[in-house]
Design a binder for this molecule. Sequence first.
Ligand SMILES: *[C@@H]1O[C@H](CO)[C@@H](O)[C@H](O)[C@H]1NC(C)=O
Ligand SMILES: *[C@@H]1O[C@H](CO)[C@@H](O)[C@H](O)[C@H]1NC(C)=O
Ligand SMILES: *[C@@H]1O[C@H](CO)[C@@H](O)[C@H](O)[C@H]1NC(C)=O
Ligand SMILES: *[C@@H]1O[C@H](CO)[C@@H](O)[C@H](O)[C@H]1NC(C)=O
Ligand SMILES: *[C@@H]1O[C@H](CO)[C@@H](O)[C@H](O)[C@H]1NC(C)=O
Ligand SMILES: *[C@@H]1O[C@H](CO)[C@@H](O)[C@H](O)[C@H]1NC(C)=O
Ligand SMILES: *[C@@H]1O[C@H](CO)[C@@H](O)[C@H](O)[C@H]1NC(C)=O
Length: 397
Amino acid sequence: MASFKTLILGTLGFAPEVLGANLLAAHYTGKIFSLSYTPGARNATASLATKSSASGCGTLPAWLHVDAGVPIVYCVDEDWNGSGMLSSYSIGPDGSLKQTGQTVTSGASVHGTPYGGGDVDGYNFIATVQYDPSTLTTYELPLTNTSAVLQQLKFNLTEPKTNPRQNAPHPHASQLDPTGKFIIVPDLGADLVRIFTIDPATGNLTACEPGVADDGDGPRHGAWWAPTEGSTDGQKLYTVNELGNSVSAWDVTYPEGGCLTLKKTQTLSTYAAGSAAPNGSKASEVHVSGNFLYAANRADETFGAENDSMATYAIDAATGAISWVEATPAHAWFPRSFSINKAGDLVAIGGQTSSNVAIVARDPKTGKLGELKANVQVATPGTPQQEDGLSTVVWVE
Ligand SMILES: *[C@@H]1O[C@H](CO)[C@@H](O)[C@H](O)[C@H]1NC(C)=O
Ligand SMILES: *[C@@H]1O[C@H](CO)[C@@H](O)[C@H](O)[C@H]1NC(C)=O
Ligand SMILES: *[C@@H]1O[C@H](CO)[C@@H](O)[C@H](O)[C@H]1NC(C)=O
Ligand SMILES: *[C@@H]1O[C@H](CO)[C@@H](O)[C@H](O)[C@H]1NC(C)=O
Ligand SMILES: *[C@@H]1O[C@H](CO)[C@@H](O)[C@H](O)[C@H]1NC(C)=O
Ligand SMILES: *[C@@H]1O[C@H](CO)[C@@H](O)[C@H](O)[C@H]1NC(C)=O
Ligand SMILES: *[C@@H]1O[C@H](CO)[C@@H](O)[C@H](O)[C@H]1NC(C)=O
């Protein structure tokens, strides 16, 4: 049956997609911006505009976790002066945010994910990671001004590392696995992908044997893929290595009643064969769409001044092995994050130093990234290699 929306738009002669989509972008000046993307009707140019903004996530909002089904967004604060915020917001139909919870933390958080089945927004807990303090910290949901730390695990290096940025463990992300029963924590300082089982009743996390990356890789974030959606048969994890400027593929297994296991099978550069990572460049983010994997390179300026690159890999549909496809322009400088829409035809790229959001076309069949569809400047640009500018961007759909 045709929806009301389709009927109305059909009458007016517009395709439903003309309605556009919302995005959220966090900025290291303390605000979360609601953006609206409108595709070009017929041959008109697409547009992207800032609609509203919200504060309440401390001084350095570093990461947004959107649960579009609710819809809710969680925000972590990277403030490293000893106090930060962990916040939640409801998302209105126009993308605007309304704060629903806020908790004072000890700051330095760079990532977080809700977890543990429950009746509070589908989850009962949230796991956050702190880069410099080398900690994983959990809280009960919903967040309130009296929320206390539920559990805090502090990581230590078992042996010294050679890269000066690996002076200590630096957990960079906390991500749920596809079953929702485990949390993985890529640790840039320890060259590990830490694995934790979840006690769904209490939210308690218990460490498993971690996945071991190569010395100096500096794993930062991960993305999941399996040959068949909804099945963990042939499950793979792909991680992006910030220090090694590479992506790694991992075999994932689920032994009966035990811990998820990770075994690294492959590591490929985020640059084409024969091209080295320029000095100062740092791979930042990884995402999967269809049978393709994408990574963002920060500060490589492969496509000219202030124009970094995105790396595309093909995923072998049977084995999950990855192969290099191409580098394409990020239309952004220091792309700290990017987000692929559900339809797989648009990629939003967040330039940290350039402080812009660029919307780039993607061909869902070939996986190739194409023309720039729209671009918007958000708040004030950053300074090279500093913790300012735009921190993250994500589609809300
Ligand atoms: C869109 O542009 C193309 C080439 O620029 C043209 O061939 C086509 O007729 C245009 N379509 C519409 C609906 O205006
Ligand atoms: C930390 O405190 C210093 C000194 O008060 C201040 O200049 C700086 O902006 C603060 N940084 C953050 C991330 O809040
Ligand atoms: C804590 O939250 C409650 C309920 O939302 C509110 O009434 C109270 O003023 C808040 N307290 C502080 C110190 O913000
Ligand atoms: C790491 O060291 C801290 C401080 O010495 C200690 O409290 C903690 O238990 C250690 N963590 C592990 C996992 O060994
Ligand atoms: C929670 O997990 C920790 C290990 O991470 C373990 O030492 C502790 O006993 C667990 N607590 C409960 C109540 O299960
Ligand atoms: C790389 O860049 C850093 C900081 O920009 C600089 O200090 C260093 O000398 C550079 N190294 C090389 C080999 O150019
Ligand atoms: C980035 O490079 C592409 C390809 O050369 C170009 O079309 C685009 O205008 C450049 N963007 C910026 C911001 O420099």
